[in-house]
Ligand binder design. Structure first.
Ligand code: TRP
Length: 382
């Protein structure tokens, strides 16, 4: 990222007020157009997921050709992942919810990567015990979204390394150190684990093709901060005889304190709603959240509030408004001044508490089979 931009987005850092259109230009990705969305809607045979219609997913690479292939009978698989640095927060589930939508609508296999190695290398404050424990805890949360156990596979890096390594060997030889250094901004003190790591994030893109001995395209729904990894993947794919993965990129969901992303790295735990926060903590965080409200009730009634800068509106937008009607009602109420922030937060809290209850129950149900989804064996060597 050039230094004269006012924001920074890499897989290891999101900082500043991100101009997402500018970021798309800098990364050289394609806009997710109405036309593509309409096509996806036709293929999926029903309504699009709100993450698509509300502009949270806004960019892509090669989605059109992936859909061309699908229409011609070429099935693809889904891939997404999580670096287990702590408990998940609500916005971490979004990419998996979009994957679930694809899995259900199109009957597609899903591969999930849990990178307990990456987070140990990236965060000096984390112990191995912690990244292992969070890896498993995060996996329960991810599977609780509702994936079909028969179609869903997990690479838990430290437990799946024997299945990943034969392909990682091939991938790593194609990636020059100078590229990794430039793409991720690594410095002389960066540990060599992180230098190698990107090879492991690439492996799942090719793994099903390798395992089945035939070329199977891949679609990766992810935050746009992960794009640098997959630019590398795409550069080397054809040289290894695999299709380039297609990507669907989301904006980062803003933090509750008005920060660029709902991240907790270097900021207060109050910036995010963790899935393991007890109801009282959720209540406090939402009540203290940064809004687009005015200084006084009188002013808000007169001028209306500003949803675009509001972290509470961002939560409605990303998941808690389940229907388009509800989302429009909240947005218009906010803009017109009819809905005050306290009342809006109260309504949102009801939705959040209900969601946490459902999620906890689903999480308990998946625990039994979660570990059976972890891939441990490699396909036979080529
Ligand atoms: N690097 C990601 C993170 O820090 C984890 C990850 C691995 C991932 N594979 C992925 C994310 C594929 C999106 C898509 O969270």
């Amino acid at each position: 990222m050039p230094n004269n931009e006012e924001f920074v987005v890499t897989p290891y850092e999101v900082r500043g007020r991100v101009d997402y259109d500018r970021l798309r230009e800098l990364f050289g990705t394609q806009p997710l157009t109405e036309e593509l969305l309409a096509r996806l809607k036709r293929l999926a045979g029903g309504e699009l997921h709100p993450l698509l219609t509300r502009g949270i997913y806004y960019s892509h690479r090669d989605l059109a050709s992936l859909l061309d292939g699908f229409e011609a009978g070429r099935r693809f698989f889904l891939y997404s992942g999580r670096g287990p640095s702590g408990p998940l927060h609500t916005s971490h589930l979004s990419q998996f919810e979009l994957c679930l939508w694809f899995q259900k609508r199109l009957g597609l296999p899903m591969y999930i990567q849990i990178t307990d190695d990456e987070k140990f290398w990236a965060r000096s404050g984390l112990s191995r015990e912690e990244t292992l424990r969070w890896g498993l805890e995060n996996l329960y949360d991810i599977l609780a979204v509702g994936f079909d156990p028969k179609l869903t596979h997990v690479f838990f890096d430290s437990k799946s390394i024997a299945s990943l390594y034969p392909l990682a060997i091939r991938v790593a030889r194609k990636i020059p150190y100078s590229t990794v250094k430039a793409v991720f901004g690594f410095e002389p003190a960066t540990n060599i684990g992180l230098v190698f790591y990107t090879a492991l994030q690439t492996v799942p893109c090719f793994w099903p093709s390798w395992a089945e001995g035939t070329s199977i395209p891949c679609l990766i729904p992810c935050g746009i901060d992960q794009d640098p990894h997959f630019r590398l993947t795409r550069d080397i794919a054809e040289g290894l005889g695999y299709p380039k993965p297609a990507l669907l990129h989301s904006r980062m969901i803003p933090g509750l304190l008005g920060e660029a992303a709902m991240s907790t790295t270097g900021s207060s735990a109050d910036n995010a709603l963790f899935l393991n926060d007890p109801p009282k903590v959720v209540e406090r965080k939402v009540r203290n959240a940064f809004t687009g409200g005015r200084a006084t009730v009188e002013e808000q009634r007169r001028l209306g509030a500003v949803p675009e800068i509001c972290s509470v509106w961002a939560l409605w937008r990303s998941r808690f408004a389940e229907t388009e009607e509800k989302f429009a009602e909240i947005t218009e109420g906010c803009r017109s001044g009819a809905l005050l922030c306290g009342e809006c937060k109260g309504q949102l809290l009801e939705r959040i508490h209900a969601f946490y209850k459902e999620h906890d129950a689903a999480r308990t149900r998946v625990k039994e089979w979660a570990e059976t989804t972890i891939v441990t064996a490699a396909p036979k060597e080529l």
